[in-house]
Design a binder for this molecule. Structure first.
Ligand code: ZN
Length: 238
């Protein structure tokens, strides 16, 4: 049984780093917006990748926020077994950190503290003029098509849009967490999205495990590959 093989690796590890993508949150009911979904085509004039670009945000903010409110603000979503297990391992002193491509904040909701959010978070929103902070509920509930600050400035979610660079502090924190770990679990990502593949190169530990429904370019380099749902796998471990 490969779950048992993973359990042995976890038991033998002193410091685990987790690298997760959209597949970690699908069991919380959050769809991967990159997956083929006719829904978008019916409702929107542009593909999601275009609507989530910096240029689009600046030029068509009303359309951006229509999509963003509708698809990117799953504020009712709850952490699943994957999020909860990782938080448990962190509490037990077994984690150097969670590196995630997700922006839903579910790792923190589960109790994880050392989370490196490569693509930012829907839970932080700032006025582009004065820097005032706003919670995601403000974006959701705003009556204006474009949510505005009390100063009149436009509010921008602190998520990394296409064409935007990653936060340097987040990246160096992620690199450091990856370097210090002796077991790396990569899950729910096809590893084709920048900078996932690049960051994995920093791993110097003994064992690399991949949990993903589909094949990835990294499969041959892993000690163990599991083709199951992430929450199902991690939820079955101790
Ligand atoms: Zn302002």
């Amino acid at each position: 049984m490969s779950y048992e093989a993973l359990q042995r690796l976890v038991d033998g590890a002193e410091q685990i780093v987790f690298f997760g993508g959209a597949g970690v949150s699908t069991e919380s009911g959050i769809p991967d917006f990159r997956s083929v979904d006719g829904l978008y085509n019916q409702k929107y004039d542009y593909p999601p990748e275009q609507m989530l670009s910096h240029t689009f945000f600046m030029r068509k903010p009303e359309e951006f926020f229509r999509f963003y409110r509708d698809k990117m603000l799953p504020l009712d979503a709850k952490p699943n077994r994957a999020h909860l297990k990782l938080a448990e391992w962190e509490k037990a002193g077994k984690m150097t950190g969670v590196v995630t491509q997700n922006i839903d904040g579910l790792h923190q909701a589960a109790g994880s503290k050392r989370v490196f959010e490569l693509h930012g978070s829907i839970h932080r929103n700032y006025c582009m003029s004065c820097g005032k902070f706003y919670p995601p509920e403000y974006i959701r509930d705003s009556k204006d098509p474009i949510p505005l600050c009390s100063c009149g400035g436009r509010i921008k979610p602190d998520v990394v849009l296409y064409e935007e660079g990653l936060d340097n502090d987040v990246v160096s924190g992620a690199v450091s967490a990856i370097r210090k770990a002796d077991l790396m679990i990569v899950a729910g990502t096809s590893l084709t999205v920048y900078p996932a593949a690049g960051l994995i190169r920093y791993f110097r530990g003994n064992h690399l495990v991949l949990i993903n429904r589909d094949a990835t370019p990294m499969d041959s380099e892993c000690d163990l590959v599991l083709r199951d749902k992430v929450g199902e796998v991690l939820g079955s471990l101790e």
